[in-house]
Design a protein around this ligand. Sequence first.
Ligand code: NAD
Length: 246
Amino acid sequence: MSFERIVILTGAGVSAESGIDTFRDSGGIWSKVDYRDVATPEGFARNPAKVHDFYNQRRRGLLRVQPNAAHRALARLEAVFGGSFLLVTQNIDDLHESAGSRKLAHMHGEINTALCEACGARSRWSGDMTINSQCPHCSTVGRMRVDVVWFGEMPYHMDRIEAALARCDLFVSIGTSGNVYPAAGFVEQANAAGAHTVELNLEPSEGHSSFSDAIYGRATEIVPEFVRRLLAAEVDAAFERIVPLP
Ligand code: NAD
């Protein structure tokens, strides 16, 4: 099978083997902390210091982790694949970029970016953030927040993502439980576009029955193998185009 327009969606499962906790798995982030306290605008208004601490810890944790074989395989797919390509991630870590991905949309924002609630400017942010942090653009103190999309907020890049889904011929969902919309609905949008849809996950996700195909296992094993087979099929298809088989 040969494809021309690929959309990939990744979730916390793709970074799990790099040492970043997932959200909903047993022992995951939401079993240790209430998302209403740290991942909603209301939680931030109630206790901004607690929210800053939560993301400061996670930002510091990123200094100790590296992209894994699944991140690297997706970067290789982007580099080698000749058609249109978009990698949409729900992850706020920077492991896809570190692996070399460039055609990337962080739909839930990025932990290494700060957003000033006073002037709306975004800035790269590598250290801790506090209730006294100052905006590098407008100099206002005390209005900085991490630039991640909290529950109840609108995910980023939706126009670009929906345009890519509407014309994709292959949609692959990797390491996501399929619980959080709008990402959980992408498979249906891809199905409506007539795409082949594939789930790569540790176990069947909430929406597994919507996919045409599935491979279950650890991301560092199944993603490189899937990419290898996909690129091999592309090479076969290219030869078929150049030298028609008798
Ligand atoms: P999730 O924890 O809900 O699901 C992770 C999935 O990865 C599971 O299906 C699990 O089976 C799978 N998995 C675990 N280890 C794996 C491995 N080694 N290989 C392959 N698969 C593996 O995470 P998600 O689906 O990314 O969820 C989207 C999340 O976005 C929501 O949980 C939401 O909380 C989160 N979110 C967070 C913020 C924030 O931090 N502020 C903001 C918006 C959304």
